[in-house]
Design a protein around this ligand. Structure first.
Ligand code: SAM
Length: 198
């Protein structure tokens, strides 16, 4: 099986299974080197038993490589891909990102993407805002990054959740407030939401 389709790297996200159908993954890094092949979307689809993924990168060449690999691999080995629907979008998550619908995804995920914006605080916040915008109320925002980012998630209607067992040390796990929740910024107690989604 292709390296990118194995599920073990993301097993710690299994507690979200059953709550996630539609995923958006930011930053695919597919520059043509085999060890940097776009892989996260497929692993997430498999481990979460989800059905749709949207892969986003601001680099058109990376998205072109990722789409080409997907089309070719799917044509050769359709059983690897179940009935998944996978889309590829070129856009800057630190900009308006109008290609991405608001309140549309059950999970917005990134790993090693926000890290590269740390010297540009406005861009960094805008990128987090995009993740928050595109997730539907009650949906998840998960960012595996470096220390020091929690303040970015406050004030954009996100609720902190417990990190699942086995999560990477700096996995930021949040949930977008649903109609009955109070966002973290509204509560001095910063109510922690259990991992099981309401
Ligand atoms: C280090 S790579 C991420 C690697 C990938 N998450 C992984 O672990 O294999 C960072 C990726 O984020 C993308 N990226 C950086 N800033 C971005 C932005 N503002 N909007 C969209 N993609 C961005 C880069 O083009 C690159 O593909």
């Amino acid at each position: 099986m292709a390296q990118g389709l194995v599920r073990r790297d993301f097993a710690w996200l299994q507690p979200l299974r059953g709550t996630v159908s539609d995923i958006v993954v930011f930053g695919c890094w597919d520059d043509g080197e085999t060890d940097r092949q776009c892989h996260e979307a497929y692993a997430l689809l498999r481990v979460l038993h989800a059905s749709r993924a949207t892969v986003v990168d601001r680099e058109a060449a990376f998205i072109g490589n990722a789409r080409a690999w997907y089309q070719e691999a799917r044509a050769r080995q359709p059983r690897w891909f179940d009935s998944w629907v996978v889309e590829f979008v070129v856009t800057d998550m630190a900009g308006e990102a109008p290609e991405l619908r608001s309140n549309a995804y059950d999970l917005a995920y990134c790993s090693g993407v926000l890290f590269f914006m740390q010297s540009e605080p406005r861009k960094l916040q805008a990128a987090v805002n995009t993740m928050a915008r595109v997730v539907s109320p009650g949906g998840w925002i998960i960012a595996c990054e470096d220390p020091g980012l929690p303040s970015l998630f406050k004030g954009v209607g996100l609720l902190k959740t417990d990190r699942p067992d086995g999560a990477p040390e700096y996995a930021y796990c949040y949930r977008k407030a649903g109609a009955t929740d109070r966002p973290e910024s509204d509560s001095a107690a910063a109510t922690k939401t259990p991992l099981a989604r309401v």
